[in-house]
Design a protein around this ligand. Sequence first.
Ligand SMILES: Cc1cc2nc3c(=O)[nH]c(=O)nc-3n(C[C@H](O)[C@H](O)[C@H](O)COP(=O)(O)OP(=O)(O)OC[C@H]3O[C@@H](n4cnc5c(N)ncnc54)[C@H](O)[C@@H]3O)c2cc1C
Length: 488
Amino acid sequence: MTTIDRHETADVVIAGGRCAGSATAIGFARAGRRAIAVDRARFPSDTLSTHVNFPSAVAELQAVGALDRVLAYDPPRCTHGMVEADGARCLQRFASVDGIDYGICLPRPQLDMALVETAREAGAEVRERTSLEEVLWTGGRVSGVVVKESGGERVQIDCKLLVGADGRRSTVARLVGAERPYRGSRNERGCAFWYMDDPKAGTEWRERLIQLRSGDTHALIFPCPDDRVLCLFMGPAVDIPRFRADPDGMWEAMLDANPAVRERLGGATNLTKLRSTGDNVAFFRRSSGPGWALAGDAGHFKDPIIGQGIRDAVRFGRLLGEACAPVLDDPAAVDAAARAVEARRDKECNASYHWGNRESRVFGVSPIIQEALVDLDGQDPPLLLHMFDRIQTPHAVLNPIRGGKYALRALRRPGADRGAIVREALTELRIDKDVWREQLRPRFRSGRVTASERADYQWPPRTPGTKAVEPPADVAVADSAEPAAVTA
Ligand SMILES: Cc1cc2nc3c(=O)[nH]c(=O)nc-3n(C[C@H](O)[C@H](O)[C@H](O)COP(=O)(O)OP(=O)(O)OC[C@H]3O[C@@H](n4cnc5c(N)ncnc54)[C@H](O)[C@@H]3O)c2cc1C
């Protein structure tokens, strides 16, 4: 039996203090509730994640009250987004979301620190280097937790609600029996990224969040503060061991493979060590139950290629706090409120989940997508960027009418591979049909496999071509703002 060194009481305990954890704590603390967030990490510290935030994500940072702190780090305000596929280019200006018409890319140590400080200012306690170890139950309902502090002391905290905002490998999900997703999709792409001095400092490229596609690999390039820039390659996950074995060689190979990347980043200096992962299974978990809820990646993860995770973690963390705080003293009402937030999250994230699944397939540059990019280039309203900003869903922007038009144009190109184009169009139509059906008739926690999903995912996830290893007990923790070399 665990020895308890101290006994405390809170309204809500939150495991995890980054995007979802801080936002949840802010939602509760603003309503006057005693919220304690515990995190194994010490802040500021890094975690394995890039960090593009489109305007709709910046708007969420504004909604939790963290935007001034975020902007104090002076990230470039990117007013434009661009996708290019082997020369076919679409450059658009972001529309405004809640008064925000720019995206940013602030490294996680600073971004998360801004959130932690905002949570503290709102009245929440954020305890660093403190791990959640046990969940306590009373009458089939979570009634408290045991946490371990850095000095080894074990503290029992009784609470009315436990929120797991502890990331994809959530301890809370495991301890409440929700670890195994009820739906998910294997990701065929991996992530390999570096930071470097931006060779285009002082130019208009600093105002652009861009994606450059060539062959089967997408390069995502995002300006960071201090004239640094982040370059993330998302190619086949099976390539990740090669990136790890020969990072310098793979960097050169990536520049050779995509002239647009060389044009943007050729001559870049001061590269950090490579960081990489190939285990990005997308999933939904049961995210509410008697006395508990999951927020952020703990409950739902989708492919980073569409850059939506931080936005959703902050948004649904805040909404969870706001919905549960007023009814926290009524167990049935708080469980119902948490369930309602889970249902809302699933409904709002459904289209992005399918989009992420589509984009995480490994495919060569599509002539249909090239036609779409050429057609949408410079358009106002910026339909392409609306997808990243959740103003319109991808299946509404690239609907069967537009898709059909682009497919016909692709078919008319000299030398077109007509069979491949027709096959692609039919595959996308099948996915569209499933997505529309889920959108029109959402079924809570449905495990029905749809055409966008590759249900043969491995659980727990791991990078193809690597040995199964137990996940590290902690995320990488670094004190400096400069990301440490981390692989997962
Ligand atoms: C390679 C990669 C690139 C990405 N790029 C982007 C991007 O560009 N834009 C974007 O929007 N999203 C991106 N994402 C997604 C984004 O990282 C996540 O959606 C986001 O971090 C979710 O925040 P969170 O608070 O839910 O979880 P996390 O950020 O994972 O935080 C969880 C916290 O819980 C703590 N914790 C875990 N277990 C315990 C425990 N037992 N006790 C106490 N504390 C615990 C951890 O220390 C950690 O601090 C990317 C993800 C990956 C993997």
